[in-house]
Design a protein around this ligand. Structure first.
Ligand code: ARG
Length: 591
């Protein structure tokens, strides 16, 4: 169901009747809501070919559009606009149909499309920090939006599990206890099932080793060697790697669960290693790669580049794989296993050059077919109020866990305060659970309502507020609707009334907003732009609150009108539920 299309068709038909070029019939949503719902700006362009004044053409168009079952009025307006108001009865009818559709009118894409999404990207053995937050939050939202329009999505967390950090941990463990069986090169038996460390210990090993490597040249050299031995298949090191993975992954899963973020695949860089040797051989054999200062590189620069794109290094002089090698080998794996139509990466925008190199190398060497799209969605940094990357109060790197804890605490206090103000009963346990739900909305909405590519300032006070463009405001609106529905006779199951237009301005605005949902949700998904969905949801909440403040819903003596209004607000709730599900959070029953 597509309201824009319906209006567009009306205008095209009018153009055809007037003998005008139908392809010039552009309709856009009005930015003067007080004057009209849609506008046609074609007269300006047409005036050149027709050699007539724009206003005269606009006059003709608006007269021809006239009045119909769909268009309530149309008027020309200087210097050459056509302003259209949609018929209220048509809108009510449209919303009834939308409400009766299990998909709320959101259309599926016409043919199958398979999308692999690479997001999350946590690094094993390092605690999740807020640098990984945006990838998880944006990725999860886009995954849900794409699925909603029928795209087949396969999400992969793509663990960072094969870099130098592994060598560092191995060497650090070796120094702590050199007698561990993993370091005995003559050992041929089965390695223990139990890891030689727990999650807490592992978290401390990496920072310690990383610090050491910066001060101790010899240690760093050993770690590099251990990394390349690990990649070369050293049995003991690989057994240690599986321990590190197991311990670290269960910790990550806990974090992602709190964020309501999930992945279909838990693959990592290490899973792509088996594709590396053949891939590199192929690059050399086909003449795509050549030696440069001992390393093996692929040239990816193009004449049209405005700034220089350095060659993509696929093997270091010591034989070790690099970040680009793993990403290329992962593409070999993904194309082989899934033949996707597109692979989408949601990663910090500071990695943009890396992905340019990888994508070009992948296309040039043919490991990714011409028709497969490779897309990089680079997101900006989450900054503190000082406009620098968000830090703890002590100035350290903020752990994701701690950030979520903080927001939950702030939210809990606000909910208690709000309940006290309204003299409502407080149930600490329940309020704690509610605080978790609301905190997630605050965190995710703050992130998603900004265009992903931009940096944004994380201001905990602002984002946890019940007022303004925030997650808690959206949930507060939904809770308000739920409470009205609960108090109404029908309870929370869908009210039966048919939605009719009853003649007030707020209601008209609300009907129009709901009717635009299929367009807005569909466009946001196609553009992979959660911020557009956020903007729509916020406007819908505003439209509802406006309506709510000028309408007696429950106290209405007119039974028919009351039923219609209950159905109307129930539809608003369903749209909001659908929308916030895509954004990756949910609403409590009270707050
Ligand atoms: N682990 C990387 C990091 O923390 C992000 C991985 C992004 N995905 C990829 N295929 N390179 O920076």
């Amino acid at each position: 169901m597509d309201l824009n299309h319906v209006i567009n068709t009306e205008v095209r038909d009018a153009f055809a009747r007037l003998g005008l070029d139908e392809d010039q019939a552009f309709v856009s949503l009005s930015n003067r809501k007080d004057l009209c719902d849609y506008q046609v700006n074609s007269a300006f362009r047409l005036s050149k070919t027709l050699k007539k004044k724009p206003l005269d053409i606009a006059d003709e168009i608006s007269k021809e559009l006239g009045k119909s079952g769909i268009i309530a009025s149309s008027a020309s307006c200087a210097p050459g606009f056509v302003n259209i108001k949609v018929s209220e009865d048509f809108l009510a009818d449209f919303v009834n149909k939308l409400s009766g559709d299990k998909d709320l009118g959101v259309e599926k894409i016409p043919s199958p499309y398979r999308l692999i999404m690479d997001y999350g990207g946590p690094n094993v053995a390092k605690p999740l920090h807020i640098g990984h937050l945006r990838s998880a939050v944006i990725g999860e939202a886009i995954k849900r939006m794409e699925r909603r329009i029928g795209v087949e999505v396969i999400s992969d967390v793509h663990l960072g599990d094969f870099g130098l950090q592994m060598g560092l941990i191995i060497e650090e463990l070796k120094d702590t206890d050199p007698t561990l069986v993993y370091f005995d090169k003559n050992f041929t038996g089965k390695y223990p099932d139990e890891a030689p460390f727990c999650a807490g210990e592992l978290e401390e090993i990496y920072p310690r080793a990383s610090k050491r490597s910066k001060e101790d040249e010899d240690f760093k050299r050993r770690a590099l060697k251990a990394t390349s031995d690990l990649q070369g298949g050293d049995r003991g090191y690989n057994a240690l790697l599986s321990h590190i993975l197991n311990v670290s992954i269960s910790d990550m899963k806990e974090n992602y669960e709190r964020l309501d973020v999930s992945f279909d695949l838990w693959l990592g860089e290490s899973d792509a290693q088996k594709y590396v040797p053949d891939m590199i051989d192929g690059f050399v054999r086909d003449g795509f790669a050549h030696e440069s200062e001992g390393a093996l590189v692929i040239d990816v620069s193009r004449e049209t580049d405005s700034k220089e794109i350095p060659p993509c290094i696929v093997r270091k002089s010591d034989g070790a794989s690099l970040y680009a090698t793993t990403d290329l080998a992962t593409l070999v794996q993904r194309i082989g296993d899934y033949s996707p139509d597109e692979v989408l990466y949601i990663v910090d925008k500071r990695q943009s050059l890396h992905f340019t190199q990888v994508f070009r190398a992948a296309k040039k060497t043919g490991i990714v077919p011409e028709g497969t799209a490779l897309t990089f969605l680079g997101f900006g940094t989450m900054n503190g109020r000082d406009k620098k990357p968000f830090k703890t109060r002590q100035g350290g790197v903020m752990r994701l866990k701690d950030l979520i804890d903080d927001i939950e605490d702030v939210m809990y206090e606000k909910i208690i305060e709000n309940k006290k103000e309204k003299n409502e009963k407080i149930d600490e346990q329940r309020e704690r659970t509610t605080a978790k739900t609301v905190a997630l909305s605050a965190l995710k909405y703050a992130d998603l309502s900004n265009q992903a590519q931009k940096d944004y300032v994380f201001d905990i006070d602002r984002f946890t507020s019940f007022e303004g463009n925030t997650g808690p405001y959206i949930l507060y609106t939904m809770v308000r609707i739920k409470s009205i529905l609960r108090k109404s006779q029908t309870g929370e199951k869908d009210p039966e009334g048919k939605i009719a237009y009853n003649g007030n301005e707020g209601e008209r605005e609300l009907l129009l907003k709901i009717a635009q949902y299929p367009n807005e949700a569909g466009e946001a998904a196609k553009e992979k732009a959660p911020h557009k969905l956020c903007a729509y949801i916020y406007e819908l909440c505003d439209a509802f609150n406006h309506f709510y403040h000028e309408t007696k819903i429950l106290a209405d003596g007119d039974e028919e009108r009351k039923k219609s209004n209950l159905s109307l607000i129930n539809t608003v709730l369903r749209v909001l539920e659908d929308g916030i599900f895509m954004l990756g959070f949910s609403a409590p029953d009270s707050m």
